[in-house]
Ligand binder design. Structure first.
Ligand code: AMP
Length: 221
C-alpha cells in the first residue's frame, strides 16, 4: 500500500501535481476539497455542514473530515494506496490517519511538501479557473486555456471557485497556514518529509516530486 501525502498551502499546486502522480503511480487521487465540493453539490448532510466552513475559508471540523476521508480510503480502488491532497491539514488529522493505517498494518510512506512563498499564493489563487465538468485547473497567466473560458480537455465552461475570491483567499491563508506548519512538523519528526520548490513550471515540479519518490523507494529497497 503506497500512501503519499501531498502537502502545501492553498494554491501551491497540490491538485495539479496529484493528477500527474496519479497517472504515474496508478493509485487514486483523493482530495478532501473535491470530496467536500461533491458533498455540497449533492446536498448531503456532510455537504450542508461543510459548506458553512468552506464559505468562510475555514477548515471543516476534524471529526467530519476524518470520517469522510477514511470512508473514501476504505473503497476497493484505494486498496493499493492513494495520493492524499489537502489531507491531513491539522495535526489531529495526521494522527488519525496514522492510527487508521496502522490498524491495517500500513503507514504513510511519503510526505511531500510543495513549497511556495505566501505572497505568490494569493496571485496564483486569484488567477485560477476550473472546468465545470471535471475540475481541470487553469491559470489566467501561468497555464491559460487555448480558448478563453473553455476547458481544453472536455470543452466545458471554466469558472472561478467561490472561495478563490480575494477576501476569502486571505482568510484561507490566515486560517490554514498555522495548521499546515503543524502537519509539516508531524512528518518531519517521523523523518518522512521531503520538500520541493514549487515556484518552477508544472512539469519541473512534477519531476522533482517523482525524484523524491524514487529516491525514497531506493532507500527502502
Ligand atoms: P481545497 O480544495 O483543498 O482548497 O479545500 C477547499 C475547502 O475545503 C477548504 O478551504 C476547507 O474549508 C475544506 N477542506 C478541505 N480539506 C480539508 C481538511 N483536510 N480539513 C478541513 N477542511 C478541509
Amino acid at each position: 500500500m503506497t500512501v503519499v501525502v501531498l502537502l502545501g498551502a492553498p494554491g501551491a499546486g497540490k491538485g495539479t501535481q496529484a493528477e500527474i502522480l496519479r497517472k504515474r503511480l496508478n493509485i487514486p487521487h483523493v482530495a478532501t476539497g473535491d470530496l467536500f465540493r461533491a458533498a455540497v453539490g449533492e446536498g448531503s448532510a456532510i455537504g450542508l455542514e461543510a459548506r458553512r466552513y468552506m464559505e468562510h475559508g475555514q477548515l471543516v471540523p476534524d471529526e467530519i473530515t476524518i470520517r469522510m476521508v477514511l470512508e473514501r480510503l476504505s473503497r476497493p480502488d484505494a486498496a493499493g494506496g492513494a495520493i492524499l491532497d489537502g489531507f491531513p491539514r491539522t495535526a489531529a488529522q495526521a494522527r488519525a490517519l496514522d492510527e487508521a493505517l496502522a490498524g491495517q498494518g500500513a503507514r504513510v510512506e511519503h510526505a511531500l511538501l510543495i513549497d511556495v512563498p505566501t505572497e505568490d499564493l494569493v496571485a496564483r489563487l486569484s488567477g485560477r479557473w476550473i472546468c465545470r465538468a471535471s475540475g481541470h485547473v487553469y491559470h489566467a497567466i501561468a497555464n491559460p486555456p487555448a480558448v478563453p473560458g473553455v476547458c481544453d480537455l472536455d470543452g466545458s465552461e471554466l469558472h472561478q471557485r467561490d472561495d478563490d475570491r480575494a477576501e476569502t483567499i486571505r482568510a484561507r491563508m490566515e486560517g490554514q497556514l498555522g495548521a499546515l506548519a503543524d502537519v509539516v512538523e508531524h512528518y518531519r519528526a517521523q523523518g518522512l518529509l521531503r520538500s520541493v520548490d514549487g515556484c518552477y513550471s508544472i512539469s519541473v515540479v512534477a519531476e522533482a516530486l517523482l525524484v523524491q519518490l524514487g529516491q525514497a523507494a531506493e532507500r527502502e529497497a
